[in-house]
Design a protein around this ligand. Structure first.
Ligand code: KIV
Length: 282
């Protein structure tokens, strides 16, 4: 087995090779992602959309995140495990943020937490890192506060907005974040931020110049079909495979082809005869 990837490894890989990151929300998928040698597994709050069928990431809380993080952490042997801090678990005050991040590490068994940019993000990041918990930042399109940044839109498209993103990234680096997710940012801006930082950037809808790439696993497997953002590449069509299997099961049950002898348990003929005669006598 490969050795467990640490925050130090992630930092040291900048400018050496690209980093890979995927989300996972349960044991079987996390095992596959880990076995494939992906560097970072994220228990994302995208759980809300792609697993729980909710319409916003703001609708999952600590209990849901912990429930899924526990399942994922049982599978992860090698990847760095990052857990998203859910909406309202870190915005209220830094003390609550520290307590909640500790729960994600201790009960969820994560290696680090990720939190999205918001107006008091710096103080919260400072306190969580000071308490000994590694933090991954997240800037650009921040779904938890999408209503405050003009909706689900590409961010940093004019010079002023791009400069704001660069400043946010530098502040997060200054506070000690070990990596930053850049979501929905023009490729040149993501490239510039990547150049200006010593810590790795991980892009989603942020072009090829980032230090690494992340996708939501249900999107890249074609398992989530309600909508597909432009930045998603489908590497498989798992929905079709599942649909075909379910249709085949239904057909075989109706035609009495399943279960076949190899799926069936038997009893010795003499025991069955005895049962029938006992039944008659009784
Ligand atoms: O919740 C999530 O899946 C994320 C990724 C989009 C980075 O934050």
């Amino acid at each position: 087995m490969d050795k467990k990837i640490t925050v130090q490894d992630i930092l040291s890989l900048k400018n050496r090779r690209k980093l890979t990151m995927l989300t996972a929300y349960d044991y079987p998928i996390a095992s596959l992602v880990d076995d494939a040698g992906i560097d970072i597994i994220l228990v994302g709050d995208s759980l809300a959309n792609v697993v729980l069928g909710l319409d916003s990431t703001t609708k999952v809380g600590m209990l849901e995140m912990l429930h899924h993080a526990k399942a994922v952490s049982r599978a992860v042997k090698q990847a760095l495990l990052v857990i998203d801090m859910p909406y309202d678990s870190y915005q209220i005050n830094p003390e609550e943020a520290v307590q909640n991040s500790r729960r994600l590490i201790e009960e969820g068994r994560g290696d680090a937490v990720k939190l999205e940019w918001f107006d008091k993000c710096i103080e919260v990041t400072r306190q969580v890192i000071k308490s000994g918990i590694p933090v991954m930042g997240h800037i650009g399109l921040t779904p938890q506060t999408a209503d405050k940044i003009g909706g689900f839109k590409v961010q940093g498209r004019d010079a002023q907005a791009a400069l704001r993103l660069l400043e946010q990234a530098k502040q997060l680096e200054e506070e000690g974040c070990f990596a930053i997710v850049l979501e929905c940012v023009p490729d040149k801006i993501a490239g510039l931020i990547t150049q200006r930082l010593r810590i790795p950037t991980i892009g989603i809808g942020a072009g090829v110049h980032c230090d690494g790439q992340v996708l939501v696993i249900h999107d890249m497997l074609g398992l989530f079909q309600r909508y597909r953002p432009k930045f998603v590449k489908r590497y498989a069509d798992v929905s079709s495979v599942i649909r075909e299997a379910i249709e085949e099961f239904k057909k075989e049950v109706l035609e009495e082809k399943f279960p076949a002898p190899e799926h069936t348990f038997t009893i010795k003929e003499e025991e069955f005869k005895k049962l029938k005669s006992d039944e008659k006598e009784g």
